[in-house]
Design a protein around this ligand. Structure first.
Ligand code: ATP
Ligand code: MG
Length: 425
């Protein structure tokens, strides 16, 4: 026998036990996005490497060390998408979606980052992302945040996540602040770790994001961008805060929140949980008014967020919030004898047509009643439907409850359909 192969490290198979939770999550979020008038887009998983370098920024964890980049057979440098915003902007520009228009879009799918796999951190993972274009007002930032808050409510996660927000100001304000920050860190050069020294001149704001415990005192005392905002950006941030207050969504202003990507300005936010260990950020986003122009479009403001589906599903599972989800069949059809086997498949189809939402599994292995009954029980179905030669000629089906002590009944098709409708209601 030849050796079996296994999946690539950090890339997970999702088996039925997990997909039942995933599908629940996906349907809740799809309904939520629909209800806010956001429309779905689907982009390729592979893009030109340059797209990510230009949008995410050269001096970021993602571009420096996490991308799956390769040359295709023509020698062109391609990359498996590490996030969705860049591709979404690319697609919106390419198809003229944001030419003098506003758009509210969303997407879902696999992302790829070469990271050290651990709980909540994988090399292939999934995000649901939302991007809105052409709306400058702070109401949009607030809408995005409130939408995520609504999602936690629908999933029962509200008590387990908290919101942190910050303003990164506009490009000019950040430039001035950057100088101050560099001067501050330069005065304590010997306290900086290697990563931070490297970033001191290329991306000093990222130093604030450092998780290194030894740097925290230094970071704590650093000048705050929040204190360097102009009137307009300050007012923008205040409107976001007031909108959250009015909607009853709690938040903490975290002046050190900078997010890992270069393209953000003004509002940034993260939803964090303390129930997943170190990988606690389940959703992050913000405004990126410069990105569209940076990627060759006309100046168009934008804002969005992305959430990590693996982390949210893990949270739902760890907290046991979805105990009554199941995708077992409702009914299991047993067919006894050749005639019943031949007519049984057509019967099953008629029942599925007549009872929308019915999950009906047909036993296709055959054999004695006892064997089929065992399989019916194992399937998790609520009831077994039994057809034999007699039932075929009389037009009746035996309905046998598998989880209650109720008696078996012989029903004609119309009565059976009624019973099945009640069963799944
Ligand atoms: P982190 O600080 O955890 O590395 P990030 O800032 O790199 O997160 P984003 O680029 O903002 O993450 O992506 C949005 C969300 O996608 C994250 O909040 C997280 O929930 C999820 N995510 C990011 N990287 C991974 C990964 N390697 N595996 C699983 N989920 C991830
Ligand atoms: Mg990361």
């Amino acid at each position: 026998m030849s050796k079996t192969l296994s999946a690539i490290r950090g890339m997970n198979d999702l088996l039925p036990e997990q997909t039942v939770v995933w599908r629940h999550f996906e349907s809740v979020i799809r309904n939520l996005l629909d209800s806010h008038g956001y429309q779905e887009v689907r982009m390729p998983v592979v893009e030109k490497t340059e797209l990510f370098k230009r949008s995410i920024g050269e001096v970021t964890d993602i571009v420096e060390k996490e991308m799956y980049t390769f040359e295709d057979r023509n020698g062109e440098s391609l990359t498996l998408r590490p996030e969705g915003t860049a591709g979404c902007v690319r697609a919106a520009l390419q198809h003229g979606l944001i030419h003098n228009q506003t758009q509210r879009l969303w997407y879902a799918g696999q992302m790829y980052r070469y990271e050290r796999p651990q709980k909540g951190r994988y090399r292939q993972f999934h995000q649901v992302g939302v991007e809105a274009f052409g709306i400058a007002d702070a109401s949009l930032d607030a809408e995005l945040i409130l939408m995520t808050a609504n999602l936690w409510k629908k999933l029962g996660l509200t008590p387990f996540v908290r919101l942190e927000i910050n303003s990164l100001g506009d490009a000019e304000e950040r430039k001035l602040y950057r100088e101050k920050l560099i001067a501050y860190f330069e005065a304590s050069l010997e306290l900086l770790d290697e990563d931070s020294k490297r970033r001191l001149h290329s991306n000093p704001l990222r130093i604030l994001d450092s998780k290194n415990p030894e740097m925290q005192v230094l970071i704590e005392a650093a000048p705050r961008l929040m204190d360097h905002l102009g009137e307009e950006t300050k007012a923008h941030f205040e409107k976001v805060c007031k909108s959250l207050d009015a909607a009853g969504v709690e938040y903490q202003v975290n002046t050190r929140l900078v997010r890992g990507l270069d393209y953000y300005n003004r509002t940034v936010f993260e939803w964090v949980t303390d129930h997943l260990g170190a990988q606690g950020t389940v959703c992050g986003g913000g405004r990126y008014d410069g990105l569209v122009e940076q990627l060759g479009g006309k100046p168009t403001c934008g804002a969005g967020f992305a959430m990590g589906v693996e982390r949210l599903v893990a949270l739902l599972q760890d907290l046991e919030l979805l105990t009554n989800l199941d995708d077992n069949p409702h009914a299991y059809l047993m067919r006894l004898g050749e005639q019943a086997e031949i007519h049984g498949l057509a019967l099953a189809n008629r029942l599925r047509d007549a009872v929308p939402g019915l999950r009906l599994l047909t036993d296709c292995q055959g054999g004695a009643f006892k064997k089929q009954f065992k399989r019916a029980d194992k399937s998790g179905a609520q009831v077994a439907l039994v057809v034999g030669e007699d039932e075929i000629s009389s037009g009746q089906v035996q309905l046998k409850p598998l989880r209650t002590t109720q008696d078996q009944q012989a029903l004609d098709e119309t009565a059976l359909i009624q019973q099945l409708k009640q069963l799944i209601a």
